[in-house]
Design a protein around this ligand. Structure first.
Ligand SMILES: Nc1ncnc2c1ncn2[C@@H]1O[C@H](COP(=O)(O)OP(=O)(O)OP(=O)(O)O)[C@@H](O)[C@H]1O
Length: 717
């Protein structure tokens, strides 16, 4: 464990601050009592009283969570010659009776606590000057410590920000992602508050806080101060690479008051929209890249996967559907008798040419809820207008036309399901060429099948490289967005984690599913494991998200100096930008266990040593799920009970676990043990394998062990 921190000297203003804290707590409790007092919430009538009481109770419940820690910092400012101290907390509190209010961290003034600026222009005008920034560690209603971060009377920067950060980073890991509201760093603060309505791509090395900052940006977006850009939590979505990580990350939501956000994976979201939750999603390109030694075939598979995710495919799909629906219109017409009260029976008739015009208009309008619904709306509007139906009769007329309209819609749209239509398109040279967007060479590439040697599952399945195309068909025909009852709405805001693994086509579709400017993408092009699925550069993403800004987080926070250095050693073999700036935090040396015939006693010993060093959340990371399953059983013989996490349905609940590296990505533990840390397990000559070794070796906050029965991997020996 890290060196013992020296006992802090008591700050000269500790007593003053302790007094302020107890008065703030008293003021909050008074307010809560006031809200909870039903007699005071009596309105003019019963209904008003009930509404008032409900709202008050809600306020009381929201505030009571924060009484044990009303704030974590303060700002002394001078505005127009007047000095004032503002206390910054996770929840705003307006003290109507005294000077014990709290400003929310999400507010504009709250931002000044995190940044390095020394002056600002308050909304009311004039000039504001920052005199002091002060961290106040409070827990269980008790003031633990006062640390000045900046104080113009002490000559400016005190180095306190780094001190507070280091203390926080030395804490043990937990079973979920944590908020960093108290120690947001200036660069992170800026990324988090990049103007609402602008899409951002946050690029940062492993452990730079991308995922954490993405959630904080979402919380900031849901604050009322965002005005027209405010997002409702229940109308937001976060996409994470796997379900284990999604559940781990979702634990941050209550702390950030983000109840109702949907945190899922792209595959679950897409198959859910297609109504095919049971569809098995394969990644056969990856299997081929890892198992096939034929370089020509590998290159072909890579190029084909890239092309399937090319943004031009959106218009290839659109043109294909346009031709298909127009073809289906041939010979179709409509002629129906309609009764309108008080009139003679009328005929509503549409010739094939009328239908074609309507279809053209629908394609031009490109409705969010899809062409089928759009065409139905167009038919209904045409009927009401041609028959000149009075408003009171509209419902009756539409009821009479419902059945013939459904039949007609069926004839035009019914045979188009996303899965079959995508496969039909991908096997038809003519259809692929119809848009004129693809070259002959590209069409040939799409028709080739480099994956034919890779087995497919028996169950209904789709490959991850086909999914965006299927989603495109769905978007055009059935619509795309957030299901709200029976209607589709755009998401208020969407956050994407591991954004380097999303194809440009998927970006184009997500852009369609979300309010303009409301995508936050978090990623690291250097950590890409699946280049064949992702964009070649952030520019390719910017082309899909108009006005998107790329922001870079340059500092990493997760691990000790020793662990960060080991990771950099592995990453330097494939990544020219491996030279990242870490927080210089000292910790234990990396432990190495090797040179015995059997790995099991070595693993058991490593677990014991990690526990003896004071760690509880410990992970043994294996290369494959099958290794984790086997070792978990065998380790019991060695008195070591490691909970296996081997499928996406398992959840990480803390303690000692054993899991494969693909499910460990994004998770972090106080201590990590890399099992099978040798070249038979992680092939030295394969870049993908070295990247996996990096992921495994970068999961620990404080303590890392490398274990191999034989010799350790050359990169870490
Ligand atoms: N400002 C901060 N104060 C304290 N801890 C921080 C801060 N920023 C990041 N961290 C911590 O650093 C660790 C890494 O954060 P996070 O997982 O969000 O990084 P990431 O960039 O998404 O990493 P990866 O690319 O590996 O998924 C977490 O433990 C997080 O709490």
């Amino acid at each position: 464990m890290s060196a013992v921190t020296p006992r802090p000297t008591v700050h000269p203003e500790y007593d003053l601050e302790a007094e302020h804290l107890s008065q703030t707590i008293a003021a909050m409790l008074r307010q809560i009592e006031f809200w909870e007092d039903r007699d005071r919430n009596a309105g003019a009538d019963l209904e008003t009283s009930v509404t008032m009481a409900d709202t008050s109770e809600e306020h009381a419940a929201m505030l009571s969570v924060h009484v044990h820690q009303p704030y974590f910092g303060s700002l002394k400012v001078r505005v127009g010659g007047r000095e004032q101290t503002l206390y910054i907390g996770k929840h705003a509190f307006l003290d109507t009776r005294g000077g014990h209010g709290v400003v929310s961290w999400e507010s504009e003034v709250g931002s000044l606590f995190y940044s390095d600026v020394l002056g600002w222009t308050p909304r009311r005008g004039g000039q504001g000057i920052i005199k002091r920034r002060r961290q106040l560690d409070v827990a269980h209603k008790h003031l633990l410590r006062v640390t000045d971060l900046y104080d113009d009377e002490q000559g400016g920067d005190t180095g306190g920000r780094e001190e507070v950060l280091l203390r926080r980073l030395e804490e043990q890991s937990t079973a979920g992602m944590r908020d960093v509201v108290e120690t947001l760093q200036p660069e992170q603060n800026e990324a988090m508050r990049w103007p609402a309505g602008t899409p951002v791509i946050i690029q940062g090395a492993a452990g730079s806080g991308k995922t954490t900052i993405g959630f904080h940006r979402l919380a900031w977006m849901t604050n009322r101060d965002r005005g027209i850009h405010m997002a409702r939590p229940e109308a937001c979505m976060v996409l994470m690479p796997n379900k284990v990580l999604a559940a781990y990350a979702a634990r941050i939501l209550p702390e950030l008051e983000l109840q109702g956000v949907s945190v899922t994976t792209p595959e679950s979201w897409i198959t859910g929209l297609l109504g095919l939750e049971k569809l098995e999603v394969t990644d056969r390109t990856l299997t081929l890249l890892l198992t096939d030694h034929d370089n020509t075939r590998r290159a072909l598979a890579w190029r084909k996967a890239k092309l399937l995710g090319d943004a031009r495919m959106l218009d290839v799909v659109r043109t294909h559907l346009w031709n298909k629906f127009n073809h289906a219109l041939h010979g179709q017409s409509l002629s129906e008798q309609v009764e309108v009260r008080g009139r003679e029976a009328q005929t509503f008739a549409l010739a094939e040419s009328d239908l074609a015009t309507l279809l053209r208009d629908v394609f031009a309008a490109d409705p969010l809820d899809g062409y089928r619904t759009g065409f139905k709306r167009a038919l209904e509007a045409e009927a009401l207008s041609r028959l000149n139906v009075p408003e009171a009769e509209e419902a009756s007329v539409l009821r009479q036309l419902a059945a013939p309209f459904t039949t007609l819609l069926g004839r035009i749209f019914a045979s188009t399901t996303p899965v079959t239509e995508t496969r039909r398109l991908l096997s038809d040279a003519g259809a692929l060429g119809a848009s004129g967007l693809l070259t002959d060479k590209e069409i040939k590439l799409l028709l080739a099948d480099p994956l034919s040697g890779i087995p497919t599952p028996r169950r209904a399945h789709a490959d991850v490289t086909e999914l965006p195309l299927m989603l495109a068909v769905q978007a055009f025909t059935g619509g795309i967005g957030r299901q709200d009852g029976r209607t589709l709405e755009p998401f208020d805001h969407v956050v994407l984690d591991e954004a380097q693994d999303y194809s440009p086509l998927l970006y184009a579709l997500l852009g369609r599913a979300t309010r303009t400017g409301h995508i936050t993408a978090l990623g690291d092009l250097n950590q890409g494991m699946h280049g064949y699925k992702g964009p070649s550069s952030w520019e390719a993403v910017q082309e899909q998200l108009t006005g998107a800004k790329v922001l870079t987080l340059s500092r990493t926070f997760r691990s000790t100096r020793q662990i960060t250095a080991l990771g950099a050693q592995i990453a330097s073999t494939y990544n020219r930008a491996a030279d990242v700036r870490g927080v210089d935090r000292d910790g234990a040396e990396v432990q190495r266990y090797s040179g015995q015939p059997d790995e099991l006693p070595l693993l058991a010993q490593a677990v014991k040593d990690a526990q003896a060093a004071g760690h509880q959340n410990i992970a043994i990371v294996t290369r494959r799920a099958a290794d984790a399953e086997r070792l978990s059983a065998e380790l019991r013989e060695h008195d070591t009970d490691a909970q296996p996490i081997i499928t996406q349905e398992h959840r990480y609940k803390g303690g000692l676990v054993i899991l494969p590296v693909n499910l460990a990505k994004g998770l972090e533990f106080s201590a990590a043990i890399v099992a099978g840390c040798n070249e038979e397990t992680y092939d030295h000559s394969t870049e993908y394998e070295r990247r996996l070794l990096y992921v495994a070796a970068s999961r620990a906050l404080h303590w890392l062990a490398l274990v191999s029965a034989g010799e350790l991997h050359g990169l870490v020996r």
